[in-house]
Ligand binder design. Structure first.
Ligand code: TGC
Ligand code: FAD
Length: 391
């Protein structure tokens, strides 16, 4: 990392608050992203390609399920270490972080938190190595912000279940070997199921029209009378609180990930401003560009402090989901604002994927929306403070 990048990242001395082992992990993931991702991310994004060849490396780096105990393939990492991993992946591209978020925070966490001992031993170590990829099917064509309105059903049939329904906007859908599918049982209670994606009646269709998150695979899932055994049910899952509990894990990672995207934009814009000459001097020497840069640094510092405190609460076992909502809401929006400002500083070059800001800005439109929109998190915070449900 160049000296000026270090000044930007540590403007408020964040690294001084991190344990040496956390810095070691952060820097190892940063090296991986610098060497294997950033040189190619613009092209992969343009081509709409997810680099599946990196999955083994990501498994070896311990990026899947890091907070889980070692017996299930994790490393018992702290929340802060998990967050820093997501930060560094999102420096490369939000789609790369999404891949890891879904694998770890959604699919693996659902099995860890709601699965049987047998399911945990069967799936988690292989998922930690990246041998089995998971996706998480909660959203439906007519139920996004309000997942309780889902229509997918799991009807009792003999000793198993028959699942029917459609899921939309599912990250990793066409890459996954298993889908965690949320469905209503005969009593209308939401339960989670591990559904192998090669089950008869299961189809995944890639959504090809995205102008955001182009490096990530996003799919529609169709389940047409998919038969699964009793062993597919996540036995501890019970009600909407179960999938929402998984979202808390992934939203936590997004709060850190957004910092990575913002840092990448800010660093690129600052470097560009120093070398781009207009009216006979570097644009960095103009007051308006300096004001922009100060605004960007200010937003990044706020985001870093929010993420760090969120990580501390996680590690103290004191984290509450409205706090995660606030951090996800404001860090996703903050990163989007930083990316747009960086794009402006790069002028015409700013709209090209030869540079990062436009790609990050386009991705961050999704980050601002998925895992609960800005408005949904606003209402979660409002409900927490005011005690009134305004959904
Ligand atoms: P509500 O009554 O508020 O809650 C039902 C039960 O769930 C509990 N709960 C939570 N528990 C843990 N974590 C959370 N974040 C929780 N939020 C709520 C709640 O305490 C209650 O428990 P209990 O025991 O009292 O029954 O339910 P509601 O129907 O009013 O809905 C609330 C609302 C709108 C906040 C919720 O439905 C919501 O969060 N909607 C947004 C949906 C969303 O975020 N979907 C994301 C899909 S996954 C995704 O986008 C992956 S992106 C890929 C990537 O990360 O890269
Ligand atoms: P809607 O719920 O239809 O909302 C539309 C608009 O109305 C939004 O602005 C919303 O904020 C607003 N709105 C809704 N209700 C209210 C209210 N009460 N008050 C004020 N405003 C309101 N889902 C998964 O399950 N798994 C995944 O892996 C996954 N990956 C995704 C990947 C991508 C690239 C994208 C784009 C989405 C992904 N999602 C996934 C879905 C995502 O979580 C939803 O898109 C999101 O929760 C919003 O739901 P919706 O799109 O149906 O919007």
């Amino acid at each position: 990392m160049s000296e000026s990048h270090a000044i930007i990242e540590d403007f408020f001395g964040i690294s001084r608050e991190l344990r040496p082992e956390a810095i070691q992990v952060r820097d190892a993931v940063r090296r991986f992203v610098d060497e294997k991702v950033r040189p190619h991310s613009g092209r992969w994004w343009q081509e709409g390609v997810f680099p599946t060849e990196l999955i083994d490396d990501m498994g070896e780096l311990g990026l899947f399920g890091p907070t889980l105990p070692e017996e299930y393939g994790g490393s018992g990492a702290s929340g802060i270490v998990y967050g820093l991993m997501m930060q560094e992946l999102e420096r490369g591209d939000s789609g790369l972080r999404s891949f890891a978020s879904v694998q770890s925070g959604l699919a693996m966490y659902a099995i860890y938190r709601f699965g049987s001992e047998e399911q945990k031993r069967d799936y988690l170590p292989r998922m930690a190595r990246g041998e089995i990829i998971g996706c998480f099917g909660l959203t439906e064509p007519d139920a996004g912000s309000d997942p309780g309105a889902m229509r997918t059903s799991a009807r009792r049939r003999g000793s198993g279940y028959r699942i029917s329904g459609a899921k939309r906007w599912i990250t990793n859908g066409n890459l996954a070997h298993i889908a965690i599918v949320w469905a209503k049982d005969d009593d209308g209670v939401i339960r989670g199921f591990i559904v192998p994606t090669d089950s008869p009646g299961f189809t995944a269709r890639k959504i090809e029209t995205k102008a955001s998150m182009r490096m990530s695979v996003t799919s529609e899932l169709y389940l047409d009378n998919v038969e699964v055994g009793e062993d597919a049910l996540l036995p501890q899952s019970q009600g909407l609180g179960s999938p929402l509990g998984c979202l808390t894990q992934a939203r936590f990672g997004i709060a850190f990930g957004a910092v990575g995207a913002a840092l990448d934009c800010l660093e690129e814009a600052a470097a560009y401003a120093k070398t781009r000459i207009a009216f006979g001097r570097p644009i960095a020497a103009t007051q308006l560009v300096q004001e922009r840069v100060a605004d960007m640094v200010s937003r990044v510092v706020s985001m870093q402090l929010r993420a760090l405190q969120l990580g501390r609460l996680y590690d103290q076992g004191a984290l509450r989901y409205p706090q995660v909502s606030l951090a996800k809401r404001d860090n996703a929006r903050g990163a989007l604002e930083v990316a747009r400002m960086a794009r402006e500083i790069l002028g015409g070059n700013g709209i090209s994927t030869d540079y990062g800001p436009m790609r990050h800005a386009a991705n961050l439109e999704t980050v601002d929306t998925y895992e609960g929109t800005y408005e949904v998190h606003t209402l979660i915070i409002g409900r927490e403070i005011l005690g009134q449900n305004a959904f």
